[in-house]
Design a protein around this ligand. Structure first.
Ligand code: SF4
Ligand code: SF4
Length: 478
């Protein structure tokens, strides 16, 4: 119809005149396209060009595997402080942001009024690139992007590494890698970090765990229980990797005891390392202390190899993620299973006899970021809850891939939070909107944060916080 209209307008010009108009239109069209193409790289619309390659080149490795930093070669750098320290893909990310704001709308740091807003972080890096492109090209340029003017320390320490921003981003921009790379610079080159972290780092350096408790206390939780040691049961099929929280934290010890009870009831062949269990170093890595992490991970792999470990069960999503996705960087390849997957399977195969309701009622499940978003374990926790008699499962508005962090990830468990900006309080409010009587989780770190959140609202008499393992153990037909 449009062509017919133009044909009638051009008809009076005859074939020659119409041909001239066609030639002019062709040149104008191409000039406009070429001019726009030249201006694009200089404008904020460059993402039109870069976003498709950015998606194409997005990370193929597991989301939970941070890069293994080269700390030994002569030209090794100990973290990212300048623009030229970012790799080409990280720079492509900066040019690819469409400024849609989906990332910031999901970020727990932004939601609680902290100085971090992921979109702004990306735009600040991009704007710095536009203003000073020589920062990438000129080897002699020493301008720091980690500075009060561009990316401040407070912005970097606000991140819980929850990946909600990355999950939301339509062009698959990655944040956690850049934030941890810049934390590596702060910790390893400048020793600039929140003072509270000194204790956690010292605990890991001296006692091999962020709690700083002696290894002789690691298996105290197992006293009076029939828990086998791997040294005495080398034929055990699984190593139960308890983790530092499950070993040393009073509340988490109860969860470990519940898991041991379930494994015994389900006839699972397992054993623990006891006082020989090493910390896997996840906390050190997320906090930017890559040197410490690499030392701890290498030691853990050596211990596993010495004990001929092939299969690992753990109830801690942080241990699960680093043993499964990051230990292969140190030559440690294991079949790693989270307790939720294992127990859901035991229930399906009729290996556990469940009768009681475990004190359930209406239960809302809080997805741990390192179990869900990082490792796609969403179904088994819900299958476990569905198998418990008397439990009605309700979902929070933010759940599964859009679930909100409890606030403990990325080492923030060890950083003091302003009471008015607590992520755990906000998360508990979201979960309580469901009117559930029980908040369930599958992570000892989440449990600490949820417990504190419920207590901060003085609701501990009305709302229970339970790990899935406690609910199942409480339902076992003994
Ligand atoms: S990882 Fe989580 S806390 Fe960090 S910027 Fe992304 S959404 Fe915010
Ligand atoms: S979601 Fe992605 S594209 Fe949108 S503002 Fe955030 S980083 Fe940019």
């Amino acid at each position: 119809m449009v062509s017919t209209l133009f044909a009638s307008l051009l008809a009076p010009l005859g074939p020659g005149g119409a041909g001239t108009v066609s030639d002019v239109a062709w040149w104008v069209h191409n000039l406009v396209v070429l001019t726009f193409m030249n201006l694009l790289p200089l404008s904020k619309h460059f993402h039109v060009v870069t976003s498709i390659p950015n998606v194409f080149f997005s990370k193929l490795e597991p989301a939970g595997a941070l890069s293994k930093q080269d700390l030994e070669s002569e030209d090794a750098i100990y973290g990212t402080s300048q623009m030229r320290h970012f790799n080409w893909k990280q720079v492509l990310d900066m040019y690819s942001c469409t400024e849609c704001g989906r990332c910031a709308s999901q970020c727990p740091a932004t939601a609680t009024g902290k100085p971090l807003a992921p979109r702004q972080l990306m735009l600040d890096l991009r704007d710095a690139l536009y203003e000073h492109p020589e920062m990438v090209l000129d080897e002699a340029n020493e301008t720091k992007v980690v500075s009060e003017n561009i990316i401040s320390d407070e912005v970097l320490w606000s991140c819980t590494t929850c990946r909600a921003c990355e999950e939301a981003c339509p062009v698959m921009i990655e944040y956690v890698d850049k934030i941890v790379d810049m934390r590596r610079y702060l910790v390893q080159e400048e020793a600039r970090f929140p003072t509270e972290l000194t204790k956690a780092f010292q605990g890991m350096e001296r006692q091999g765990n962020p709690w700083g408790i002696g290894a002789d206390k690691r298996a105290d939780w197992a006293q009076g229980l029939n828990v086998p040691l791997l040294a005495e049961n080398p034929e055990a099929e699984y190593l139960l990797f308890v983790g530092c929280a499950g070993s040393f934290d009073d509340r988490a010890q109860k969860i470990t005891q519940a898991l041991a009870k379930i494994l015994e009831a389900g006839g699972v062949s397992y054993a623990i390392l006891g006082r020989d269990e090493p910390c896997n170093g996840d906390t050190a890595r997320r906090l930017g202390n890559e040197y410490l992490y690499q030392t701890m991970a290498a030691m853990a792999v050596e211990t596993f190899t010495g004990m001929n470990v092939k299969k690992v069960i753990t109830n801690c999503p942080h241990c699960y993620n680093t043993i499964k996705n990051e230990f292969p960087q140190f030559g440690g390849d294991y079949e790693v299973v989270h307790a939720a997957d294992l127990v859901a399977d035991l229930i399906k195969r009729g290996k556990l006899k469940l009768s009681g309701d475990g004190g359930g009622g209406t239960v809302v499940f809080h997805d741990s970021c390192y179990l869900g978003r990082y490792n796609d374990v969403y179904e088994s926790p819900r299958e476990i809850l569905a198998a418990l008699a008397g439990v009605e499962v309700v979902e929070a508005e933010r759940s599964r891939s859009t679930g909100m962090c409890c606030g403990a990830g990325g080492g923030r468990m060890w950083i003091e939070e302003d009471p008015s900006q607590r992520v755990n309080t906000l998360r508990v409010e979201q979960l309580l909107e469901t009117k559930a009587g029980t908040i369930a989780s599958a992570c000892p770190y989440c449990m600490t944060m949820l417990d504190d959140g419920v207590k901060s609202k003085s609701l501990e008499d009305e709302v229970q916080t339970r790990d899935l393992m406690e609910l199942v153990a409480g339902s076992l037909d003994t």
